[in-house]
Design a protein around this ligand. Sequence first.
Ligand code: FES
Length: 281
Amino acid sequence: MDRIENAEVLDRVAGPVSGAVNRFVPAGAFRDLLHGVPIGHPAHPLLVQVPLGAWLSTVILDHVPGGRLPSTVLAGVGTAAALPAAAAGILDWAKTHQQQQRVGLVHWASNTMAVGFFAASFVQRVRGRRVSATLLAELGLASATAGGFLGGHLAYRQAVGSNHDERVPFVLPDEWYAVGPIDEVPDRRMTRRIVDAVPVLVYRVGDRVWAIADECSHLAGPLSDGDLVDEPDAGPCVTCPWHGSEFSLTDGAVVHGPATSPQHVLRTRVRDGQLEVSAAG
Ligand code: FES
């Protein structure tokens, strides 16, 4: 796995392909849907359950008396269901770091082989060629298993799809923390302040102050280096400089992905001229 992560040769494919994917499918409602923004969770891990379940069942039913017809149906269903799962995964992959893209590329290749094997297996079943159909399905399941292993590495070792903002309420327990004199917080400009080892984005307009965790929930990008956007429905929002996720400063909600988890919002107050924040809800 380390060799794959460090295989710079893969960048020759990953770089241009991810660039093309991002140009071909720009930010918007369709992309947000496939990232999983409406459900607050990456959609790809949910969508892969259908092809994996169908394909595993195909291979089992190939060895069960009377399983011929259902295994043919499931080989077809799994192959068709792999398409939306792949689309969601590719869009997620196109918004990741270089090492993640290298592993993701091999994950993608393994699963593409699985789709190819099961598609060929389905055709052989329709033609009545049971032996080759069974063998192709077993090769497909082996490829999908390799792809699943790589997907697990992406999710658990390389933290793709996890919430990088999760630690904030645990590092900042339920109390108020001093940020500094309110007069030193610039007006109408985002700044990064470190509050007990937690980077916090602070934004002030006159007496109104917003504070949210500064590390993007997608892959921990520095939000305070991003752009401010005024959304008609969500008020002031920030766009992450790394992959373009957009969050409301008011409630931390994801306005646009690839992030699917909201940003932690901190309460603010001013006491004796000092700005204080609290991570308590
Ligand atoms: S780190 Fe990827 S969108 Fe912020």
